[in-house]
Design a protein around this ligand. Structure first.
Ligand code: NAD
Length: 289
């Protein structure tokens, strides 16, 4: 069994606790046992799970794993604290707010001989899998992915990082990308912001990624992908899977803990995560110039 602690109990943190209390039977996630949670608030025990301090969590020998579910800007420090203590870490995306910090954390995990995993539930959705099947084998001419959503909460950082799930979609669909240009429009009085990043595929095909946020904007993604053979303007609708997305991620993370994920797969994920963070860094530099 791996004893676990959840750091930050917002939406994601509560789901982590719930999933560990009732894991998918027979999956490696059933070997996780939640021992406590850490919060800046003073919270009552929840379903037998109590609040503990960071000091206690890092020093307890029956705690082997930390789930970092705080706002994005706090991820880096929390991940470092638990890696330093020799604990495995699962961090909600994005791992950090800079590429350099992510490289440091990954090096630290390697030095300590522990697993560092960044959750990417957006890659586990049935919508994404259907889109991936549609795109496979087609040759992109140009494309756009436009995300809209409500105003960004404090502590979630620059849009290229808070929206790394969309960037990760593009990298998974079209391979390594580079950044040609990036701009930012902001109306802070009205909590409105729009980031536009001009990306290029390795074949120099243009891809535009837009993150637009403001009060009342619906949470949605629209695509317009021109291929040599057709144009895709809709994410193919797909019914939800039977297993929740966070549970699927929990199973994947615990399979890593159990040594059931190949070194090649671990390397592929690390490369993708770092590539996306490097792109996000570059977009931020260009957009805020
Ligand atoms: P959240 O706003 O619900 O929680 C964020 C932080 O705020 C947590 O540390 C939590 O402890 C704290 N918090 C929540 N309510 C509070 C309150 N009333 N008073 C004081 N503090 C409070 O955000 P979230 O959706 O849980 O996101 C956490 C992380 O998970 C982020 O990195 C996000 O990118 C990632 N993530 C979330 C989802 C999701 O579906 N929610 C999906 C994928 C990744």
């Amino acid at each position: 069994m791996w004893g676990a602690v959840v750091v930050g109990v917002g939406t994601a943190g509560w789901v982590r606790i719930k999933d560990m209390l009732v894991p998918l039977p027979g999956s490696p996630a059933a070997n996780l046992c939640v021992k406590g949670f850490i919060s800046r608030r003073s919270l009552e025990p929840h379903q037998g799970v109590s609040q503990i301090s960071t000091e206690e969590a890092v020093s307890r020998e029956d705690i082997h794993v930390a789930f970092v579910c705080t706002e994005n800007v706090l991820h880096e420090d929390n991940v470092r604290t638990f890696l330093q203590a020799g604990k495995h870490v699962c961090v909600e995306y994005p791992m950090t707010m800079s590429y350099k910090a992510a490289v440091e954390l990954w090096d630290l995990a390697q030095k300590k001989g522990v697993i560092l995993h960044e959750e990417h539930i957006e890659l586990l959705t049935e919508d994404f899998k259907a889109l991936q099947r549609e795109v496979e084998g087609k040759i992109l001419q140009e494309g756009t992915l436009h995300f809209t959503g409500g105003a960004l909460k404090p502590g979630f950082g620059f849009q290229a990082f808070s929206g790394i799930a969309r960037l990760t979609w593009l990298v998974e669909l079209f391979g390594e990308l580079s950044v040609a240009a990036a701009t930012m429009e902001e109306d802070s009085g009205n909590d409105y912001s729009k980031m536009t990043a001009k990306l290029l595929t390795s074949d120099n095909r243009p891809l535009t990624w837009i993150e637009e946020r403001g009060p009342g904007l619906p949470r949605s993604k629209s695509i317009n992908f021109h291929f040599d053979s057709c144009t895709l303007t809709q994410i193919p609708p797909a019914p939800r899977g039977d297993v929740g997305l966070f549970m699927q991620d929990l199973i994947h993370f615990s399979a890593k803990l159990a040594g059931q994920v190949s070194a090649e797969q671990l390397h592929r994920e690390r490369t993708r995560v770092l590539h996306c963070l490097e792109l996000a860094d570059r977009i931020q530099q260009l957009a805020l110039k």
